[in-house]
Write a protein that binds this ligand. Structure first.
Ligand code: SF4
Length: 81
């Protein structure tokens, strides 16, 4: 896996139910905001997913009941493809 394979985690807060399943599945990257909604620990709106957490992130995306999580390409040019 190289830089072109990198992914960012995108959260659709309008769709999110705020119950926090993803925070339990991906505590290394996510925490709760003051209202209980998931936010990145590093403050980035679309945080980079470290390679070692990729499987955990994929699991969080797959288990989000509101389909509010996505993994998107980290490279802007790759997002347009
Ligand atoms: S699992 Fe999905 S719906 Fe639940 S808090 Fe996370 S993003 Fe929101």
């Amino acid at each position: 896996m190289n830089d072109r394979d990198g992914r960012r985690l995108q959260i659709d807060w309008a769709a999110c139910d705020g119950r926090g399943l993803c925070i339990e599945l991906l505590p290394e990257m996510l925490t709760r905001d003051d209202w209980g909604f998931p936010v990145s620990r590093d403050g980035d709106r679309e945080p980079m997913v470290p390679v070692e957490l990729r499987r955990h992130a994929e699991r969080a995306v797959a288990n989000c009941p509101e389909l509010a999580l996505r993994l998107i390409p980290s490279q802007p040019s790759a997002r347009r493809r």
